[in-house]
Design a protein around this ligand. Structure first.
Ligand SMILES: [Zn+2]
Length: 164
């Protein structure tokens, strides 16, 4: 991703109410975030325990969404839908977001099982624990990163598909 300011992110929210956007709190380490190593930027709101957000470059522009963490945690350890990290090194939880447009105003949501702290980009850059000398590690990593980008992209596309 390109580097973004908090204001640019705030301006890019879709399907969120004005009061939701007004309550967004950024992490204290926001200035240290290296967007160039991220396929999406996600963070939890430190003032609202169940509230989280993602910012993603979608069709050439930044799109941000408000997420809510579901009350129930998955009963067994589950793989993240976006990074598919096989080590399960991060807790995976169900996040939901309101659909855009009339469906969203009626209360329709879309849910996805994602790493609770949004470290998918880091997981996607991990290499397999064992590999042959001839293995093209850069290719493996590029494939994992591309897979992550595509899966986050389809989620955002689905959310935006009902926009007025
Ligand atoms: Zn993940």
């Amino acid at each position: 991703m390109k580097q973004y300011t908090q204001q640019q992110i705030l301006d890019s929210f879709r399907g969120a109410t004005r009061s939701e956007i007004k309550k967004v709190t950024f992490p204290l380490d926001f200035d240290d975030v290296d967007f160039s190593r991220l396929e999406y930027y996600g963070w939890r709101d430190r003032k609202m325990p169940r509230r989280a957000y993602i910012a993603v470059e979608h069709d050439g522009r930044l799109v941000s969404l408000v997420l809510n963490r579901a009350e129930a945690t998955p009963s067994r350890r589950t793989m993240c839908t976006w990074c598919r990290d096989v080590d399960l090194s991060e807790e995976v939880v169900l996040y939901t977001t309101r659909r855009t447009g009339a469906q969203g105003r009626r209360g329709d949501t879309i849910g996805t099982l994602v790493c609770s702290g949004f470290h998918c980009s880091k997981h996607a850059r991990k290499l397999p624990p064992a590999y042959h000398k001839a293995t093209d590690l850069d290719a493996i990593r590029a494939e994992q990163v591309a897979g992550l980008r595509n899966r986050v992209g389809s989620f955002v596309a689905e959310v935006l598909s009902t926009e007025d």
